[in-house]
Design a protein around this ligand. Structure first.
Ligand code: NAD
Length: 367
């Protein structure tokens, strides 16, 4: 099978990534180039020079470079679209691609959408139109993550009791990966309730959307496993972090840590402490927790599922579970109470609290 691929939102400078732009499109494009079934044939960006540079790098014909993505869909009729635009427009563009009737699969960057209603509608429309909709929670494809899940599944720490994570500030931005990995470890079981609190004193706009400065969230899944997540500007390494670990899996007979921090910098990516043994054992893994190669693996898996008709693990339903926990945390802060799930809101509680003046983060202009 061969697929014609288009990228919407190309970005500018992949060698100098920051929260103003990672140019994720370049990583998606490299992954498609590595897959013989995929032919990257078109791109669109509202900034024409971004699209033109991207087209030169990836050898896209001049006639297939667009400013308006609608024109791209109409002219090129791509089979697969990678969506690498800011979160605020994920839902609108994904839904337009779905409703165009020409696109078979969309691989959209995380976080899903900047409102819970938008995220829901994307998933609903994809399902209604039979379009494969996936989100780039590529960290699942790290060998360290897979090895940790393998240890958990073989009972190396007994039954899973609790999952913990520490994220950089922004449970919407980085936390989208953090919650998604928790759900992966807990076999995609939905959440039952969440209780969260946040600090938002200084404006923190990541990829165009508000993100809190600090958060703590406690939640429980429907199978009784509990979760504890924190976010702060020290990436979980500072004194305010209760977790100090990228992810910790606590079982009835031991603990697994991914990306432990706090004691010294020489800690392994993955380690396990088994019941009856005080010592941590380092577990060898082929790679760490961060690599653009994971996008290659994610896209390969999406293409495989497109061919077989299987539901990809990066599919909208799993992404929605992570999105629900993100917005439930912010909703809990808004309500000052526990939020029972399923979550019944459509907006973005953090954005709404800023708009209403309930939260007044300072900006550099205030200084
Ligand atoms: N998976 C990850 O680990 C990871 C890492 C960084 C960023 N991201 C996500 O990737 C997404 C894109 O971020 P980025 O850093 O690549 O951004 P970027 O700014 O580098 O690129 C986005 C591009 O989209 C274009 N754009 C904006 N609105 C558009 C529209 N309506 N139509 C067409 N083009 C439009 C912009 O002009 C820009 O060129 C975000 O959702 C971000 O959260 C994911």
């Amino acid at each position: 099978m061969s697929y014609r691929v288009a990228v919407i939102g190309t970005g500018t400078e992949p060698d100098d990534p920051d929260e103003d732009g990672y140019a994720m499109a370049y990583h998606h494009a490299t992954a498609y180039e590595n897959h013989a079934e995929c032919d990257l044939v078109a791109c669109a960006d509202i900034v024409p020079e971004n699209a033109e540079t991207f087209a030169r790098v990836f050898d896209i014909d001049d006639g297939n470079v667009f400013e308006a993505y609608g024109k791209l869909l109409e002219t090129v009729k791509p089979d697969i679209v990678s969506l690498c635009v800011p979160p605020a427009v994920h839902d609108t563009i994904a839904i337009d691609c779905i409703r165009s009737g020409v696109v078979e699969a969309i691989h959209c960057e995380k976080p899903m959408a900047d409102s819970y209603g938008g995220a829901h509608l994307m998933a609903q429309e994809a399902s209604r139109h039979g379009v494969q909709l996936t989100f780039n929670h590529q960290r699942r494809f790290s060998d360290a993550v897979r090895t940790a899940k393998g240890l958990l599944d073989e009972g190396a720490i007994g039954d899973l009791d609790r999952i913990e994570f520490a994220s950089p500030a922004g449970i919407f931005d980085y936390g989208s990966h953090s919650f998604d990995l928790c759900n992966y470890f807990n076999d995609e079981i939905p959440g039952d309730w969440a209780l969260g609190q946040i600090e938002y004193g200084e404006e923190n706009i990541l990829f165009g959307s508000h993100n809190e400065n600090q958060a703590v969230v406690l939640w429980e899944y429907e199978n009784g496993v509990s979760g504890l997540g924190t976010s702060d500007s020290t990436d979980g390494r500072g004194p305010t972090s209760a977790v100090s670990c990228h992810h910790r899996l606590i079982g009835t007979r031991g603990t697994i840590e991914l990306g432990p921090s706090g004691e010294n910098e020489a800690l392994p990516t993955l380690r396990i402490r088994r019941a009856g043994n005080e010592e941590w054992e380092a577990v060898e893994t082929d790679d760490g927790l961060h690599s653009w190669e994971f996008i290659d693996r994610a896209i390969a898996e999406n293409v495989r599922c497109l061919e077989t008709g299987e539901e990809p693990e990066l599919g909208a339903e799993n992404a929605l579970n992570a999105t629900e926990l993100i917005f439930a945390t912010w909703e809990s802060a808004r309500r000052r109470g526990r939020v029972d799930l399923p979550l019944k809101i459509d907006d973005n509680p953090l954005e709404a609290m800023v708009k209403s003046g309930e939260l007044t983060p300072s900006t550099t202009e205030d200084e």
